[in-house]
Design a protein around this ligand. Structure first.
Ligand code: SF4
Length: 408
């Protein structure tokens, strides 16, 4: 392509860094020819979607049922509908669609070239989250011949295709869930290799008073069934002890790429039950998790010095977060769900000025996320996915509006 030749002559090997926006995208159109996943798309649509992509909904659904879930996540539909090719609904991205996407992005970046000189992405975010309403430990994609893929394959794909890090987020799993325990052990092996740490943005462990197991404990407490209440509380504590214990070999590898996310209401918020505040959680749950974890390390004959070092690392990794204002979190706060209203003309402006981030649904449909309106708005562009005509669950703030054009 003549235009790419001109660009290489002008920029390659030089010091000047230019934005993808400074290129004449109309002249660049056609460079995508033959890349399957972009078939039928104009380069302006491709650049908008790929350069602003923040979230890929690999799985649609989550088993944790947290009451503070801002995405109103419900358990994934089982058995997965992907098994039946005739079904109209899917609850996960197929491996072949994901692979077409990452291979296609890699190919496009190589065709444009000048990687050192052209800033391919509109925002500074170096990472992609492979989830919206799901938990990374539950990611299971299906490929040909029944082959299964997990979060480590997703991390590889995002790095290889987009050149970006992946945000890995989990609320944990029960040790007796063998598949998830094995997946977690695979994550440990994977990130124990130095060459893979660079592909990780952050490994987040979410610990909060809103997990369904703790909510059950609270419910029994309120109805005076104290033994049952203790049973569920201890179940949650054992679960999170096992999560931290399983990930322990990674602590000296990941350094600041590990976080414990502790959501809760502020202690000063009198409207909220004390069991939902950070203070209650810290004193009654978090401390117990840490104490039980220390015991497990002692059983492994770790020295007190070693144990203190690990516990300090975990404590320093704790990041407190507030509860969002959407989905079930909104109901928890006693607020009514309301659909936001917005002006379609302003919306075009937002998309045109790229003041959005893009969420890609499992079927290949991109949505513009407009933080100001808390709205996920469908775009006219669509990737050439095999599952493009399949239905998925609505996102919590999805608008059934006219699809917005990516360019005029
Ligand atoms: S908050 Fe996260 S872990 Fe909890 S239900 Fe929602 S998606 Fe699942």
């Amino acid at each position: 392509m003549k235009y790419v030749g001109e660009l290489r002559d002008k920029y390659e090997g030089g010091y000047q860094v230019i934005s993808i926006d400074d290129l004449d995208l109309n002249r660049l159109n056609g460079i995508q020819k033959g890349i399957k996943v972009f078939e039928g798309m104009h380069i302006r649509e491709i650049i908008l979607v790929i350069s602003l992509l923040k979230d890929i909904a690999i799985n649609r659904g989550c088993s944790n049922n947290c009451t503070h879930c801002g995405h109103d996540a419900k358990p994934k539909e089982e058995p997965p509908n992907w098994k039946n090719a005739r079904t109209k609904n899917i609850s996960e991205m197929s491996w072949s669609d994901f692979k077409d996407l990452t291979d296609g992005v890699k190919d496009l970046r190589a065709r444009i070239g000048c990687e050192e000189n052209i800033d391919f992405y509109y925002d500074d975010s170096a990472s992609i989250a492979p989830f919206v309403d799901s938990d990374c430990i539950e990611i299971e994609m299906h490929g040909r011949g029944g082959k299964k893929y997990d979060i480590t394959d997703v991390v590889d794909g995002i790095w290889d295709g987009f050149g970006k890090e992946t945000l890995v987020d989990t609320s944990g799993w029960y040790k007796k869930h063998r598949k998830r325990q094995q997946r977690a052990e695979k994550i440990v092996d994977y990130f124990s290799k130095e060459e893979n740490v660079k592909k990780l943005h952050i490994l987040n462990i979410s610990m909060n008073p809103f997990h369904s197991t703790l909510e059950k404990s609270l419910g029994y407490k309120q109805s005076g069934e104290h033994r049952k209440s203790e049973k569920f509380k201890n179940l949650y504590i054992d679960r999170m002890v096992n999560v931290l214990y399983t990930f322990t070999p990674l602590f000296d590898k990941l350094e600041n790429k590990f976080q414990v996310l502790r959501y809760g209401f502020e202690n000063s918020d009198k409207e909220c039950p004390v069991e939902h505040t950070k203070g209650w959680f810290e004193q009654n749950i978090y401390n117990e998790i840490i104490e039980n974890l220390k015991e497990k390390y002692r059983e492994d004959n770790k020295s007190e010095e070693e144990i203190e070092k690990i516990v300090n690392y975990i404590n320093l990794s704790v990041t407190s977060g507030g509860v969002s204002d959407a989905g079930r979190a909104k109901e928890l706060k006693g607020k009514k769900q309301s659909k936001s209203t917005w002006d379609i003309k302003r919306l075009y402006e937002y998309v045109d000025r790229k003041m959005v981030s893009i969420t890609l649904d499992s079927n290949g449909r991109p949505y513009a996320f407009l933080g100001e309106y808390a709205a996920q708005v469908p775009l006219e562009a669509e990737l050439n996915f095999r599952n493009i005509n399949k239905n998925t669950r609505d996102f919590v703030c999805e608008h059934k509006s006219k699809k917005v054009k990516c360019y005029e």
